[in-house]
Design a protein around this ligand. Sequence first.
Ligand SMILES: *Cc1c(COP(=O)(O)O)cnc(C)c1O
Length: 372
Amino acid sequence: MQFIDLKAQRQRIGDKIDVAISRVLEHGNYIMGPEVDELERQLSAFCGAEHAISCASGTDALLLVLMAWGIGPKDAVFVPSFTFASTAEVVALLGATPVFVDVEEDSFTMSPSSLEMAYSEAKRLGLKPRAIIPVDLFGQPADYDRLLAFAESQGMSVLADAAQSFGATLRGRRTGTFGHATATSFFPAKPLGCYGDGGAVFTDSEELAEIIKSLRVHGKGRHKYDNVRIGINGRLDTLQAAILLEKLSIFSDELQARQRIGDAYNQALESLVCVPRLASGATSAWAQYTIRLSGRDDVARLLGQAGIPTAVYYPQPLHRQTAYKEFPVPRTGLPVSDRLSGEVLSLPMHPYLDSSTIHRIQQELGRILASG
Ligand SMILES: *Cc1c(COP(=O)(O)O)cnc(C)c1O
């Protein structure tokens, strides 16, 4: 049993991907080749954002947006503590202050009430609130209506971290269209993954799109050797774009399979453990299927002995990590993030998981919990 079965997808479209790779090897435009333009066109059509700008990773996607917004020292950027390190890392890299916010227990995404408390704390510390980065953790969009309303009322921008949620929807709209900008990742284990590192930024703002296109090529102006701003080397490889084009052609079908599997898991496990719930009007890209239970570490060990791989995202919230523990948190702390890190357990999830595997996981989990 695989936690994420990338081989099953290769069996389905491996031949087409190999042909696409050969095509790039033949034309030899490894950097910014025609597949990169085509991918950006198709990504923007897929999610409905005006502009899709591909880049070298999900982390670069976040970084490029913050750079374009001119985020820097004395600025506060609000990020959840219960997330992958990248979300806060890019803020700190620019010399700004990540201010940690708690998450909602049922959706794992940024809590609007905790955001207001974190905002007060940032003001008290004399920081300038500039932006918030809600994370669509495990694949479900955050509560953008409320988060955006608060951010805009305080003159802040919203960067959606959709690294785990590309393809998810909220009331019929897809991720890529919720914040002022959206960042996603094509790391192999994400819902839409390539064969290495990759990412993209989405926005409806033409001005922002143009700045990011410049920043990803060393701040280029009219051409590569005309440098009008400080940038980075943040391009997506043509080979990865070619691979992503093939994967995008079956992505809608895979998203439906993920949703089916998420529903089947919920039905099988809801009497045993606390299962993930989607907000009304939301669908998830199901990057992870994450349950909550007490005695998590023992259960994970026993599942492992029974041949069922699991993972813990995340065993420690960022505000407890060595590198991040000096950054501000709201006065009341982040109790939900602290609790969740001790309870969450992610089970195997990919579009090719069959019902007999879900049944087996249900049986083993039931047996372990009954004997515990
Ligand atoms: C994976 C991930 C990232 C970073 O993406 P990379 O492509 O690995 O740089 C950022 N945020 C979240 C929430 C992620 O899961």
